[in-house]
Design a binder for this molecule. Sequence first.
Ligand SMILES: C[S@@+](CC[C@H](N)C(=O)[O-])C[C@H]1O[C@@H](n2cnc3c(N)ncnc32)[C@H](O)[C@@H]1O
Length: 100
Amino acid sequence: MPDELSRRLAEVIDALPLRPGIRVLEIGCGPGAAARAVPFDIAFAIRVGALDGRHPELERQAHERIASALVPGGKLFIDAGYPLREVSLQAGGTPTRSNL
Ligand SMILES: C[S@@+](CC[C@H](N)C(=O)[O-])C[C@H]1O[C@@H](n2cnc3c(N)ncnc32)[C@H](O)[C@@H]1O
């Protein structure tokens, strides 16, 4: 496995509103042990089928669970092969979207 981040992933990371000290959760890259232990400030998901708009009910459930892992007002960023989208999760996982 290469040590360097691919250009595709690096571009997504560069587009995220990262700043020192924030806690970032990546969706779709592991068992989520850390996610269960800490409230996160932002989350991002790259090419995760449950969040790409094809499965509305699955996506609603995923938003609800992601919202519960984020601090109030936490943001979700999704890259599904088009420009990174920001999804602001309200109580109950109801999303509002904007393209970055
Ligand atoms: C196409 S791979 C993308 C992996 C990586 N994000 C990337 O862009 O290189 C999709 C990943 O999403 C994960 N995944 C799919 N559905 C998921 C769900 N409902 N919750 C969490 N992860 C999921 C899969 O296990 C897989 O690791």
